[in-house]
Design a protein around this ligand. Structure first.
Ligand code: C5P
Length: 255
């Protein structure tokens, strides 16, 4: 299982997911070349996938064979459609693939059954949604933490290996569901990062996410849009290293 592999690695790069949010492969692959060896997983989302098609995955792998591939299509449709889409997607051998937990239990089961062993992650409440964005829904939905926990419970019943959740929810999800699920957290904003017109609302730092129990951090614009992406990436890796060693110290008995 990929979860064990990630947790068993002492290399901080393993914990970093770099989204390739670009409209074309030239810029995406240029960033892969720049950050090759510094990143655990390159994430291909809707923008790049729809622009370039699935061949982009093999092209990334060719440049950085050691990095994992995260196919972030956030599938959300009827169970039969998602099951078949999953069968199609697994041909490209991604390591991680996302579905929306709002698609319901049957849809998630269909996804897992057809995943061919690819780790399926259930996206809970998007980090771009805050309570005011959920206002039009019922009372329960206005509380993203509670809503995420409900969605997470169903994703795990369906057999998802992991969950995508905000750093604001990691500690609660760990408490509720224990160590088993792989927790993947976007909406990471290091104190030094400047993201113009940011759409992410329920955000946290590298340290708050890892301390809460996240396994993987998705960090895009703070690195991609930095004046020097390699330097920003290395700064993130140092923060990951520090947070992981603080966590290790907390777990080890003190003399
Ligand atoms: O760090 P930044 O905000 O640039 O990261 C954006 C990336 O995170 C996008 O690829 C988006 O699809 C992903 N994301 C996610 N889940 C969320 C929010 C964003 O996977 N809840």
């Amino acid at each position: 299982m990929i979860t064990e592999k990630i947790r068993g690695s002492v290399n901080p790069t393993t914990r970093l997911v770099l989204p390739l949010d670009f409209p074309d492969k030239a810029r995406a692959l240029e960033l892969v070349r720049t950050l090759s060896g510094q990143v655990g997983f390159f994430k291909v989302g809707l923008e790049l996938y729809l622009s370039e098609g699935p061949s982009i995955l093999a092209q990334i792998k060719e440049i950085d064979p050691d990095a994992g591939l995260f196919l972030d299509l956030k599938l959300h449709d009827i169970p039969a459609t998602v099951g078949r889409a999953m069968e199609a997607a697994r041909k490209y051998s991604p390591d991680l693939i996302t579905i929306h937990t709002q698609g319901g239990l049957e849809m998630m089961k269909a996804a897992v059954e057809n995943s061919g062993g690819v780790a399926v992650l259930g996206v809970t409440v998007l980090t771009s949604l805050d309570p005011s964005s959920l206002d039009e829904l019922s009372d329960e939905y206005r509380k993203p933490g509670l809503y995420a926990a409900r969605l997470a419970q169903r994703a795990l019943i369906a057999g998802c290996e992991g969950l995508v959740c905000s750093s604001l929810e990691t500690a609660d999800l760990r408490n509720r569901f224990g160590q088993a699920p792989l927790l993947v957290t976007p909406g990471i904003r290091p104190d030094w990062s400047l993201v113009k017109g940011d759409d992410q609302k329920r955000i946290g730092t590298v340290s708050s996410a890892l301390t809460g129990g996240s396994d993987l951090l998705v960090i895009g614009r703070p690195i991609r849009d930095a004046p020097d992406p390699l330097e920003a990436c290395q700064r993130v890796l140092e923060e990951i290293s520090l947070a992981l060693s603080d966590l290790k110290d907390d777990l080890e008995p003190q003399d």
